[in-house]
Structures are given as structure tokens and as C-alpha cells.
Write a protein that binds this ligand. Structure first.
Ligand code: B12
Length: 287
């Protein structure tokens, strides 16, 4: 049985006393049930689904027709305060996946509201948002998620993360200048990293995706940050860029981050995940 209070159809049937066939019919005809999906694609039912089935049975027992009983069960649920849904990272990730797979932006934002209310920012990023993106990538590779779903999901999440980033340039902490390497468009890990640094008191200047090294260098010379981080996630940097990177490392404390980050003389390589690296770098700068 899955954790987090989620039930497969057999368990829902056992607990409610309604056969699986009838439960499926109620789901199909009256939209009485709102299952999420397990990573393997199985329908998972919540405690709220179970409560609705029990209400439906009670209304049927009073002699109402099925359609009427279903309408009342759904209405009762709105009137009565629903028990708080499961808040484990895994359950929230599934809910997020379900909302984003269905192009349901308001629902995805509502799930993210709950994630951010229930968890620290580190946990929200490290246990829900980033693992969700990994899963999305694997599903896309397997052909279980379309390019449209992947673009939609990463756009919604990017917008939300940048919303959380509002004001991350304020304060008196050390300054980190963050940019993606030239040609690199994957900036979600870098944004998460910036948020994790911000939570540790840093000020962030974020230049975003696909930034020429000369542009980052000019901003670095102007701002004199405590640290410059270039993200290299999916691209192989051309050899021609190496001299500019070495020159940047001579003038500034430079780190290259991500799975494709090359070794550059004088620069750090951040090979871990964004949250762990933010913690390590903060300790490094403090010492
Ligand atoms: C969302 C996404 C996109 C979005 C990016 C949106 C955005 N603004 O970031 C868009 C649609 C733009 C995109 C485009 C492409 N993508 Co893409 N994309 C993804 C996806 C689904 C999620 C990436 C993500 O943000 N993950 C969350 C981050 C945090 O996880 P991560 O990338 O695995 O990073 C880990 C570490 O590398 C590290 N890390 C990453 N960044 C940083 C930064 C810092 C500072 C630190 C410390 C650590 C760190 O932390 C993570 C570990 O927790 C991945 C699938 C996947 N498995 O990740 C593919 C993926 C990264 N994409 C891939 C590809 C091939 C592409 C394209 C080339 C596709 C194409 N043919 O057009 C293009 C262009 C890429 C380019 N020029 O940059 C491949 C890369 C394979 C490779 N290594 O070469 C992946 C892995 C998909 C796959 N399985 O094939 N993509």
C-alpha cells in the first residue's frame, strides 16, 4: 500500500464497502473521485476521496438516486472542513505532477502554496521541486511526458521560483553573481541555488540563461562580488571560451556548477546539488 494516506482502489473498496467496479463507475459518471497517479501510473485515492464515497453511500441509503447522492456528497464536502491532505514531500510531488501534467496552473500554484507553507525553503526545493523536475526529465525520456507538458511545467516553476526571489538583491550579506554559461538555457538549478544562498543571508545578482563570459566578467568587474557562479548543465563549452574563464578566475572567486562544468585553473567546481553546495559555500566564505 502506498504511504501518505493514499489508497489503491482495492483498499478504497475495502474501507468504504463499495466494489471497485462501482467506484470506477462513480469516478467516471459523477467525478466523485479525484485520484492522483503513482510514478508507475496507478490511480491513488486520498482520504478526501474515501470521505466522499462514505457520504455518497449515506445519501444512497436514504433512498436518493445515484446522481443526486453524488451531487450532495460533493456539496457536503465543500461545506464541511476537509481534513488536511497528506503533506509528505512524495505526496506533494505527485500532486504537483498531476496538476502540471493537466496544464492546471492554478492547482499547481495551490500545491506550491502548501509546499511552501509546510516546509522550509531548502526542503521545498530539495525534496519537492528539484526531484519533481528530475522525474519529469526521466518521464520525458521514456516518452511518458510530452514536450508541451515539460515546457509548461518548467515555465510555471521558473515563474514561481523567480517570484520567491523577489528582493534577493537586498541586504548586507556577501554578493553572489550568478549566470548560465554561454549557450546554456537550463537555469532552474541556478535559481534554486540562488534561493538557497539567499536563505543563508547572501545577496544575489542573477544574469540568467545563456550569458556570454565577457558579459559576466564586465558585471563582475563592476560589482566586485564575493563569488561568481557559472552554471554548465547540458552543454560542452567550446575550447575557445577557456582563456576567458581562466582570466575570470584570476580576477574573481569563480565557481563552475552543474554536471557539465569543466575544470578551470583557479576555479572551484560545484558538482553537488544546489542546496548542498549553497550550504558548503556559505561555510567556506564564512571561514
Ligand atoms: C526543464 C528542462 C529544460 C528546459 C529548461 C528551462 C530552464 N529555464 O531551466 C528547456 C525546455 C529550456 C530545456 C531545453 C533543452 N534541454 Co532540457 N531539460 C529540462 C529538465 C526536464 C529539467 C532540468 C532541471 O531544471 N532540472 C532541475 C535541476 C536542478 O536538476 P538537474 O538539471 O538534473 O541538475 C542536477 C545537477 O546537475 C545540479 N545542478 C544543476 N544546475 C545547477 C546549478 C548549480 C549552481 C549547482 C550548484 C548545481 C546544479 O543539481 C541537480 C542535482 O540536484 C531536464 C531533465 C532532468 N533530468 O533534469 C532536461 C535536460 C537537462 N535537458 C536536456 C536537453 C538535451 C535539452 C535540449 C538540448 C533539448 C533540445 N534538443 O532542444 C534543450 C536546450 C538546452 C540548452 N541549450 O541549454 C537533457 C540534457 C542531457 C545532457 N546532459 O546533455 C536533459 C537531462 C533531458 C534528458 N534526459 O535528455 N530543457
Amino acid at each position: 500500500m502506498p504511504g501518505d494516506g493514499l489508497l489503491r482502489i482495492g483498499e478504497l473498496s475495502r474501507r468504504s464497502g463499495v466494489s471497485p467496479e462501482r467506484l470506477r463507475a462513480w469516478e467516471r459518471r459523477y467525478e466523485l473521485l479525484r485520484p492522483t497517479r503513482s510514478p508507475g501510473g496507478l490511480r491513488l485515492y486520498s482520504q478526501a476521496d474515501l470521505a466522499r464515497v462514505r457520504l455518497m453511500r449515506r445519501h444512497l441509503d436514504t433512498g436518493l438516486a445515484a446522481a443526486e447522492a453524488a451531487a450532495l456528497a460533493k456539496q457536503d464536502e465543500v461545506a464541511a472542513p476537509t481534513p488536511p491532505a497528506a503533506l509528505s514531500p512524495e505526496a506533494l510531488r505527485h500532486e504537483l505532477a498531476d496538476a502540471l501534467d493537466g496544464y492546471d496552473e492554478p492547482r499547481a500554484q495551490a500545491v506550491l502554496d502548501r509546499v511552501l507553507a509546510a516546509m522550509t525553503l531548502d526542503a521545498a526545493l530539495g525534496e519537492v521541486v528539484l526531484p519533481y523536475l528530475h522525474e519529469l526529465g526521466s518521464r520525458w525520456e521514456r516518452g511518458d511526458a510530452t514536450v508541451a507538458q515539460e515546457h509548461f511545467a518548467s515555465t510555471v516553476l521558473r515563474g514561481r521560483l523567480l517570484g520567491l526571489a523577489r528582493g534577493w538583491g537586498l541586504g548586507g550579506g556577501p554578493v553572489a553573481l550568478l549566470a548560465c554559461a554561454p549557450g546554456e538555457r537550463h537555469d532552474l538549478g541556478l535559481i534554486a541555488f540562488g534561493l538557497a544562498l539567499r536563505a543563508r543571508g547572501w545577496r544575489i545578482v542573477f544574469l540568467g540563461a545563456d550569458t556570454p563570459v565577457e558579459t559576466t566578467a564586465a558585471a563582475g568587474d563592476e560589482l566586485q562580488p564575493h563569488l561568481i557562479v557559472l552554471a554548465v548543465v547540458s552543454i560542452t563549452l567550446p575550447e575557445a571560451v577557456s582563456p576567458a574563464l581562466r582570466a575570470l578566475a584570476r580576477r574573481h572567486r569563480l565557481a563552475l556548477a552543474g554536471p557539465a562544468a569543466p575544470e578551470v585553473a583557479g576555479a572551484l567546481v560545484l558538482a553537488g546539488d544546489p542546496i548542498a553546495e549553497a550550504a558548503t559555500l556559505t561555510e567556506l566564505i564564512a571561514s
